[in-house]
Ligand binder design. Sequence first.
Ligand SMILES: *[C@@H]1O[C@H](CO)[C@@H](O)[C@H](O)[C@H]1NC(C)=O
Ligand SMILES: *[C@@H]1O[C@H](CO)[C@@H](O)[C@H](O)[C@H]1NC(C)=O
Ligand SMILES: *[C@@H]1O[C@H](CO)[C@@H](O)[C@H](O)[C@H]1NC(C)=O
Length: 504
Amino acid sequence: MKNITFSLWIVLLCEISLFASGVEDNELFKDEEFKVLYDDDALHDQITYNMRKSLNLDVDGCILLPGEKRSLQECGFNVTAKTFFIIHGWTTSGMFEGWMQKLVSAMMQREPEANVVIVDWIPMAHQLYPDAVNHTHQVGLSVATTINWLQEEQQLPLQNVHLIGYSLGAHVAGFAGTSVRGTIGRITGLDPAGPMFEGVGDDKRLSSGDADFVDILHTYTREALGMSIGIQQPIGDIDIYPNGGDVQPGCSLSEMLTGAAGGSECFMDVIKCEHERAVLLFVDSLMNNEYMSLAYQCTDPERFKKGICLSCRKNRCNNIGYNAKKMRKRSNCKMYLKTRAATPFGGIHYQMKMHVFNRKHADDADPTFHVKLYGAHHDTDDLHVDLPNKVGLNLTNTFLVFNEDDIGDLLKIRLSWEGATESLGSFWKNMKKSFWSWNSNGTPINQVLEVRRIRVKCGETQKKFTFCAQDPSVTEISPGQVITYIKCRDGWEVKPSKKRLHNL
Ligand SMILES: *[C@@H]1O[C@H](CO)[C@@H](O)[C@H](O)[C@H]1NC(C)=O
Ligand SMILES: *[C@@H]1O[C@H](CO)[C@@H](O)[C@H](O)[C@H]1NC(C)=O
Ligand SMILES: *[C@@H]1O[C@H](CO)[C@@H](O)[C@H](O)[C@H]1NC(C)=O
């Protein structure tokens, strides 16, 4: 509870500072010279098509002038190559933010022949948020007009056009897609803005009908004070929620404070970190295309956390970011994955299943399990087993284990039940427990659980294995103890035990 109140405070503080800075900026726009902003004729001056020729954003790009063929030649626009329009969002600084440089240079390196164009609508985005929102429609129309000109006068195939919009820019891309004559190849929405777009109709925001393929990365969907910075609802053909679209690793306040930024200005940085994570994940997919992150379809984040959804059958998994494969139209397909805190963001997902028998005095057992994985390349540390509810006794428990790197084929698993001395938290937990589990003679009684097998499925390879106790006589575990499991044939013990029953 305390935690929730604290996060609410963070968001409140940040929002106040956002709006405060917005108001302050807006005073500037009261000047006479900015009156033209609201004049439609002046729209062209407010939106610039900046074609990139250099990886470095500090080097001026070539300005494309829609309607002027000469500017295409001057800029070296190649109508047979792919064309990317990168569309920024709301800005409180009035400048390109740091992510723009990263995205442009990654895009140009991945697709050296492509036309990479920044849609610069900074003057219309550097306003109070509701005013910037109000401009997204006009900017989208301008982008559509430009694309119409390119396809009609220059025979640019629409299928080769890919719009990439961040935050408010995602909705600009949506309006462009709706207004263009024909259907654009692809739109990628990078954490599309939530405020004033959540819950509105398809035609008032980016939606799956706006391009042949619409893929969305949602990285900031945590709600505070009734709204979320990034849109929560699925709006594309595929909607990927890295880390549940919730807390992004590496973005927490404590991590940010200890990080390179040191003594950062405000909790603002936390919001920025999580919102911008969508862009960084996309950049990662451009740069590390031999090391792809997979996302898995699932009905909700809780089921994903339990490791239930790691299937790739019938297109249930897909690459994230630029490498996402177009799937047959299936709107609002929610997909999930876990990521690392920094690039390369991808890791390996394992689904593990183990049947936990209650052997002795463990009716109220609430064990803290860890697994250590031994791979062909190297071993992992002890990984905490996250069982969202209490461990199910006499039941098969399914859980998700995420490892930050590829350890190669899994060879061996060590299961441990954290003992009383290992951490303060578990110390108190065990104190409480042992208080209740002293028997009438005053001697502590030991809780005993039994796990005979662990079944593992690796999401990235889709391979399944069964691991059996290395020493078949050691399958019981108590606090502070470990059991080691090695690869065995599936169903290894099922038949013998049946036979044993027969013999009884
Ligand atoms: C234009 O792009 C196409 C397709 O990427 C490529 O084959 C061609 O060489 C490019 N032309 C020029 C002049 O760069
Ligand atoms: C949006 O902008 C138009 C002019 O382009 C204006 O007439 C309208 O009042 C604005 N709406 C809001 C909500 O500010
Ligand atoms: C599990 O099964 C054991 C016997 O096999 C039994 O003593 C115990 O009460 C059961 N526990 C639960 C929670 O069902």
